[in-house]
Write a protein that binds this ligand. Structure first.
Ligand code: ACM
Length: 641
């Protein structure tokens, strides 16, 4: 009360803010944490943080640095946040305590809020860092705002005890910086977002047909030529090829200094960076720089997103109209990769290097005399064995640099290299097979963890060739029952950027599905619950908004299930991923609202209708987007001409 009296208006403001918070919480008192912790014991009441707030740290450089960053963040809300190492401080401080408590597992922490103070206890600074991420989620969304307040807010934290540690040690997000380049600042921002949800691994897909993004000093053309392409905007795979002499002005790359800066920034936030150099396929940018590495003589260009890979029936079968592979029968390829991995190993302290290995179109290898000679010499019976020969030789190069090797699950074909770790993307089966052979695996199955896929109906989402809704993402379990969990290092979601041109859209594709991945990787399996999760997701939408981060609200949009009753009558079943929504619709081309008919049973599309328009409401407020479904599209989905 005394502190409130410093200004009557101020008093009203912040006391009102506390009241509003309490009122909101009284509806649902449980803390809205993502990922959900191992255990939360909620007490009664709140600790109100004072204006003059102290963060007390041990005299440990790393923890003092974490404490300073916390002070900076909390500076949004309090008058004065000071970091101190002496214990003598005012009550209601935040204590960061390093312990040697055998009951706290690796990366784990204990967070205790009493009516006296807040204590985060861990055995290592990583645990302190994660305890702080949880504490920040206990504060209102305004803590995410990046602005200085003229009049400070005063906030409260619920009295509780949280015990927490991760289920898996590898909690990753892959960012494809090859298809579109993201700057150092943008990657740092990505790291800032991911650590709030306790991800600890950033996989950078650094090379592909559309760009080579890493400076290799001993091979300067990789970035002089390979990092740049002609500029095109539109739909990936339909973009026009470069015209003769057209300037290559679009792209970018990371210098050694950029990488050092990123590695340090990530390490300060307990994130490892996994570099991927994708070979032997996906190598057009490298070939544009060094065409002599191909089995097929010719001139190569960095692809702007034109169509040179053909998937005749979708699925896994494909061929190239251009040879985009590094030639396994060419000794120069191994000299080249030795140079590349020497610099990669020096730049990235993480113990693994990813060599890609996916989607190698081999139709040019079939015709190559060099490949035929290699097969004869090395007694390789098919092209799987040719690829395996290549991967095993490249693995040896990587091991010679003191690093471990990881690759996409195609590295299983023709025989896995000894000690290789498999990243399973074509479902879980590659990971299961590798684990059964005693290899370590990281699960990133496309059907649960590909965040480049559309998250709602194609009629409203930016088009991509496949869909993955939030609910399916939430069903991801990186350790299927048929394998020993000890082989599963963890998992990750992958964000391919063929169709992601900027950070706003990148954010839209990541959130909220990365929440689901974060929970699959951190939280105990038996703590996960879809409807509880969605209520937490909703409160984190407020946090993303406060942070200025874009997200998708596709989880509120209806799901269309279309069938036909006879040759011409279309039936549409509508449902929603989350409970408690009313779906309103129209067939008369007008925009429905909550006073339009509410969906109750499957709809028969009127014979002459042009559009079905739908929108979801909750408590008479629109929550979903206006979806405009052409009847021609419905007809297409059930094969009516
Ligand atoms: C992949 O999606 N080609 C690994």
């Amino acid at each position: 009360m005394k502190k409130c009296a410093s200004g009557f208006l101020l008093f009203l403001l912040f006391c009102a803010s506390i009241q509003a918070q309490k009122a909101a919480r009284s509806k649902d008192w449980r803390p809205k944490l993502i990922p959900i912790p191992v255990s939360v014991t909620v007490g009664s009441g709140y600790l109100e943080l004072p204006y003059d707030l102290f963060i007390i740290t041990p005299n440990n450089k790393e923890i003092k640095q974490i404490a300073n960053r916390l002070a900076f963040t909390l500076g949004n809300m309090a008058n004065d946040v000071k970091v101190k190492t002496d214990i003598v401080a005012s009550p209601k401080s935040i204590f960061l305590l390093l312990s040697n408590d055998k009951t706290i597992p690796k990366e784990g922490y204990r967070l205790k809020v009493t009516n006296q103070n807040i204590t985060i206890t861990a055995n290592e600074s990583t645990g302190i860092f994660y305890g702080i991420q949880t504490l920040l989620q206990l504060l209102p969304a305004e803590v995410e705002e990046k602005r200085e307040r003229k009049s400070p807010l005063k906030w409260s934290v619920p009295i509780l005890t949280i015990e927490d540690h991760p289920r898996f040690g590898w909690r990753g997000l892959m960012l494809d910086v090859a298809r579109h380049f993201f700057t150092v600042i943008e990657v740092k921002d990505f790291i800032d977002q991911m650590v709030k949800y306790k991800f600890n691994l950033l996989h950078l897909h650094l090379t592909d047909d559309q760009g080579w993004r890493l400076q290799i000093k001993s091979l300067p053309k990789l970035t002089e030529v390979g990092a740049w392409r002609v500029e095109r905007t539109g739909t990936f795979g339909t973009l026009s090829k470069p015209k003769p002499g057209e300037p290559t002005t679009y792209g970018g790359f990371y210098t050694h200094d950029d990488i050092k800066e990123l590695v340090k920034y990530a390490a300060d936030r307990f994130v490892n960076i996994l570099p991927e150099i994708d070979v032997p396929g996906h190598s057009l940018a490298a070939l544009a720089a060094y065409p002599e590495l191909s089995c097929t003589p010719g001139e190569y260009y960095v692809s702007p997103g034109d169509r040179f890979m053909i998937w005749p029936g979708g699925g896994q079968h494909f061929y190239g109209t251009l040879d985009n592979t590094i030639c396994p029968a060419n000794e120069k390829a191994y000299e080249f990769l030795d140079k590349v991995f020497t610099e990669v190993a020096e730049l990235f302290p993480f113990s693994y290097i990813h060599l890609g290995g996916d989607e190698t179109a081999r139709n040019f290898w079939e015709k190559s005399e060099q490949i035929k000679a290699l097969m004869q010499k090395e007694k390789l019976k098919d092209l799987d064995e040719v690829q395996s020969y290549f991967v095993k030789r490249v693995a040896k190069i990587i091991y010679s640099k003191g690093k471990k090797m990881i690759g996409w699950d195609e590295i299983l074909q023709g025989g896995l290299a000894p000690d290789a770790t498999v990243m399973s993307w074509r479902g879980m089966k590659g990971g299961v097979e590798a684990a059964k052979q005693g290899h370590e695996v990281v699960m990133s199955p496309a059907d649960f963890a590909y965040l480049d896929y559309m998250q709602g109906d194609a009629v409203i989402e930016p088009p991509v060739y496949a869909s993955l809704r939030l609910k399916k993402t939430y069903q991801f379990d990186p350790a299927p029952a048929e394998i020993d969990e000890k082989f599963v290092k963890g998992g990750q979601a992958n964000i391919w950027t063929e169709q992601i041109y900027n950070t706003r859209h990148l954010q839209y594709m990541i959130w909220p599905r990365a929440f689901a991945i974060a929970e699959a990787l951190w939280s105990p399996k038996d703590k996960r619950n879809w409807s509880d999760f969605t209520s937490r997701v909703e409160s984190h939408f407020d946090r993303l908004e406060a942070a200025g981060v874009k997200y998708s609200s596709a989880m509120y949009d209806p799901i269309f299930e279309v069938s036909k009753k006879d040759t011409a009558t279309i039936i549409v079943k509508l449902s929603t991923e989350i409970d408690g929504l009313a779906i309103h619709y129209s067939f008369d081309n007008s925009f429905p609202d909550n006073l339009y008919p509410a969906y109750t049973t499957p709809l028969t599309v009127p014979q002459d209708a042009s559009f079905l328009k739908v929108i979801t409401y909750r408590n008479n407020q629109p929550v979903g987007r206006m979806m405009v479904m052409p009847v021609t599209e419905l007809k297409k989905r059930v094969g009516i001409k």
